[in-house]
Design a binder for this molecule. Sequence first.
Ligand code: FAD
Length: 463
Amino acid sequence: MTNQMSNIPTKIYRENTKEIAIIGGGLAGLTAAVYLARDGKNVTVIEKSSKAGGRARTTIKDKFYFNQGPHALYANGIGPKVLDELNIKYTGKKVDSTKYYITKKGKLYKLPTKLNEILTTKLLNGWGSKVEVLHFFIKLNKMKLDQLYSLSFQEWLDLNFKNPDSKDFVKMLGRIATYTYNAENLSARLALYQVKTAVTGSVVYLDEGWQTLIDQLVEIGKRNGVKYVHGKGVVTLQQDYAHDKKNPQQIWKISLSDNTTLSYHNVIIATNPFHVYSLLKDNKKVNSEFLKQLENINRPARVATLDLALSSLPNPDVYGVYGMDTPLYISLHSAFAKLSTDGNGVLFHAMKYLDSSIGPNPLEDKLQLESLLDTIQPGWRKMIIRQRFLPSMIASNTVINYNNNETMENRPDTEVPGVNNLYIIGDWVGPDGMLADASFASAKAVALSILNNRKAIEMHTIQ
Ligand SMILES: Cc1cc2nc3c(=O)[nH]c(=O)nc-3n(C[C@H](O)[C@H](O)[C@H](O)COP(=O)(O)OP(=O)(O)OC[C@H]3O[C@@H](n4cnc5c(N)ncnc54)[C@H](O)[C@@H]3O)c2cc1C
C-alpha cells in the first residue's frame, strides 16, 4: 500500500463525487460543457465571476453592445466549425476593407488588397518591396506551415524579406491577425496560419456582440443539464480518493472561495496558465517539466483598447486604419454588425498592441489612440455617447520556451502530464489555432477525449 493510500480520508464516498467539473466559464469552458453534456455527461461549470463569458462577454451600455475590445470571428477558422457543430447561430457581416487605410510616418495610405493596388501603392517604397509583398500573397496559400515549428515570426520575417517596407507590412498583418506585438515571441507557424485564415476567409463582426455566442452556449448547456455555479472562484485542487465497499477511486477535490469543497472524477481547468500553475505547483505527481513550462508563461500578448460609441460618423469615407510603423488599430465595427439596440449611432474599437518587454503606459497609449482617431474622424470628441478604456487586456495567452531554441511552439497538451483525469483548455493549449479558435479547438479535443475514454475513466482505480 502506497503512502497515498495510507493518507486516504474515509469520509468521501463515491456517490458524493460528481462526474465532471469545468473550472472557468469563458468560451472554452462553456464549449466543453456543451459537448460533454449533450453526450449525457454530468457537468458543473464553476465560474469566479457573477456572469459567464470571460473575455468574450459583451455589456450593453447606453444602448450599445460593447465587446471587450475588437472581437472578430475568423470565418475560415476553427470557431465557426465548432459553433456549427453545436448548432449555435449568429449573424453579422464579413469586413469589407474598401474603406480601410494604413498609416506610415503619420501619412494615410489606402489599404492595398488587389494586385494592381499593391503594385501602384506609395505605401511600399520601391519596386522590390511591392514584389516581395505580392510574392508573399501568392505563396501564402501553399506555404508548408508545419516546417516552421522552430522559427519565431520575427526570424521568419528577417529570413524572407529584404525590404523594410515589405517586412513591416507583413509584420503588421501578423500583428492584426494574432493580436501580438512581440513577433519574437510568436511562432512563425501560428502567425502565418492566422494571417492565412484572415486573408482567405476574412473576419465576421457579430450582431449584438459575442454575448450572442455565450448566451446560446449557456442555454444549450442548461437544456442538457449543465449546472452553473457563479460568483465562486476555485482556490485549491487536490487529489484524493473516494470509497465504495470494494475499492478506492482517485478523485479531485475542489475548494471554492466560500470555503465549500466539492469532489469530481474529472476536472477541466479552463481559466489561464497562471491559475493552472497556482493550483498545481504543489502537486508532486504533476510532471515537473510541465510545471516549469507554466512558470515560463509570463508574457501574454496584451492590448490597450478604447471602445467608443458615437452619435454619428464624422467621416463616412474611413472605416478603419492600421498602423504599419505604429502598433495601432481602429475599426468601425458597427459598419458590419448591429451594435446598438435601436440601430442608431456608431461603434468603434481602437486598440494598441502592447510591447510585453516594457511596462504599459496607459496615459500615453490612450493619447496615441485618440490622436489617430483625430486623424481619421475629426470632430469625434463632440459625438461621444460612451467610451471605455481598458488599458491592459490579455488578448492571447502564449507559452514560450525561452530556454530551448529548438522549438518556438510548445503549447501544452490538453492532458496534464503525470496525473489522471485532469485537463486544461484555453487559448494557450493544444496545437490548433490562436485566440478564440484555440479555446474552441482545445475544448472540443478534451470533450472528445473524455467521451472516447468513457469506460477507462469510469473504471479507473488506484494501481
Ligand atoms: C481585446 C481583445 C480582443 C480580442 N479579439 C479577438 C478576436 O478578434 N478574435 C478571436 O478569436 N479572439 C479574440 N480575443 C480572444 C478571445 O476573447 C479569447 O481567446 C477567448 O475569449 C478566451 O476564452 P477562454 O474561455 O479560453 O478564456 P477566458 O475568456 O479568459 O475565460 C476564463 C474564465 O475563467 C474564469 N476564472 C478565472 N479564474 C477562476 C477561478 N479561480 N475560479 C473559477 N473561474 C475562474 C474567468 O472569470 C473567465 O470567465 C480577444 C481578446 C481580447 C482581450
